[in-house]
Design a protein around this ligand. Structure first.
Ligand SMILES: NC(=O)c1ccc[n+]([C@@H]2O[C@H](COP(=O)([O-])OP(=O)(O)OC[C@H]3O[C@@H](n4cnc5c(N)ncnc54)[C@H](O)[C@@H]3O)[C@@H](O)[C@H]2O)c1
Length: 354
């Protein structure tokens, strides 16, 4: 295996603490060398909390460290592309949280830097390392559903706008709302399970109806909160769209907040021989016919934390050069589709990507 790979965590907030750092600490092939955050106390606190690494407050300070092998970028979306490109050009490998970037153009610049440097650039589309998702992919690949001609995606919540007025709801920082934050995961699962088909045409509409009147937004709890009523709310909380691809047609309906009965978080893969409903982050059901009867089954299998799988695969690919399914070359299609949905919503017309 050789020497342990030296890792820097860039951005020491929620996802870094909940998933990336614990997963690196459980991997024998690496060590965390730096905790970097523009809020100095956050970086300092990491060193104390995890009893390892050194605190830095600006990622430029560590670009030239010859002993640093790779980074996890866990900053808000706005900073992804610049930081990723800086580390790639400094000869480091990069795992960048989803979405790749605020806008497609920046994701393309990241891909260009990856191609020019030959370093690793994986995007945090963690569901590609999820056990249920991989079982679905295998079933579709084996033809168990026949021709998958339509995939319906629902990522709708009754009340789940994150940190009203903060980074998630500020277009300049996040690049968008429910689509870029949640939709990226759902679209990526569809693309992965269906063999990364090419998007052909895209139609979308976005809505900002419930959160924009910040003071009157009624909710029970708020992740990434509390609300900042003097902050900005200029992203969509809900989105709908239709994407034609070289594979299935994808229709989607997503919302951080919608006046609906209960959360509807699932993907329906609809084939001419069978169908699958994946309950997001949970299990899936298979619907087929056999001997003139309708069959419904719920497969059971061993599972493992998909973030641990993602980080373990990242360390392995740093060691071996293996190309992972989360490579920027596959994720770039999701960036392109999301951008086209936003462009279509703005222009109120279909976008042709051919
Ligand atoms: N894969 C997933 O399921 C998942 C889940 C949650 C968040 N995310 C993604 O992770 C990213 C971070 O989200 P979060 O909820 O952890 O945010 P957060 O606000 O909790 O943490 C971000 C941290 O980055 C720091 N930061 C900002 N700019 C920086 C810079 N230039 N250099 C260094 N540090 C900087 C902030 O000070 C903050 O501590 C987002 O892109 C989000 O979309 C992914």
């Amino acid at each position: 295996m050789g020497q342990k790979k030296q890792i820097a965590i860039i951005g020491c907030g929620t996802i870094a603490n909940a998933q990336h750092i614990p997963a690196y600490l459980k991997n024998d092939g690496c060590e965390i060398k730096y905790f970097c955050d523009i809020i100095p106390e956050r970086a300092d606190e990491m060193v104390k909390k995890y009893n390892c690494g050194k605190a830095v407050y600006d990622h430029h300070e560590i670009l030239d460290d010859p002993d640093l092998d790779a980074v996890s970028i866990c900053t808000p979306n706005k900073a992804h592309s610049e930081i990723a490109i800086n580390f790639l050009r400094a000869g480091k490998d990069v795992l960048c949280e989803k979405p790749a970037a605020r806008i497609y153009e920046q994701a393309l610049e990241m891909q260009k830097a990856q191609h020019e440097t030959g370093r690793i650039l994986n995007i945090g589309v963690v569901n590609r390392f999820n056990t249920a998702v991989n079982h679905i992919k295998k079933l579709i690949d084996k033809g168990e559903l026949g021709e998958v001609y339509h995939v319906y995606v629902s990522f709708r919540s009754h009340r789940s706008i994150p940190g009203l007025g903060g980074a998630f709801t500020t277009h300049e920082i996040a690049g968008g709302g429910s689509l870029i934050d949640w939709g990226v995961h759902f679209l990526d699962i569809v693309m992965y399970c269906c063999g990364d088909p090419k998007p052909l045409t895209v139609t979308g509409e976005t809505f900002s109806k419930l959160g924009c009147d910040m003071k009157n937004y009624v909710y029970t709890d708020m992740w990434a909160g509390p609300p900042k009523y003097d902050g900005v709310y200029n992203v969509e909380e809900s989105v709908t769209g239709l994407i034609r691809t070289t594979g299935p047609v994808i229709t989607l309906n997503g919302a951080w907040a919608q006046n609906i009965f209960e959360d509807e978080m699932y993907i329906d893969f609809i084939g001419d021989k069978g169908g699958i409903r994946l309950h997001y982050g949970q299990d899936f059901k298979l619907y087929t016919t056999k001997n003139g009867a309708l069959f419904e089954s719920t497969p059971t299998y061993q599972t493992r934390n998909h973030f641990q799988n993602e980080i373990d695969a990242y360390i392995r690919c740093i060691q071996t050069g293996e190309k992972l399914p989360s490579h920027i070359d596959t994720n770039i299609l999701t960036s392109r589709m999301m951008q086209a949905i936003y462009d279509s919503a703005e222009a109120h017309r279909e976008i042709n990507l051919q």
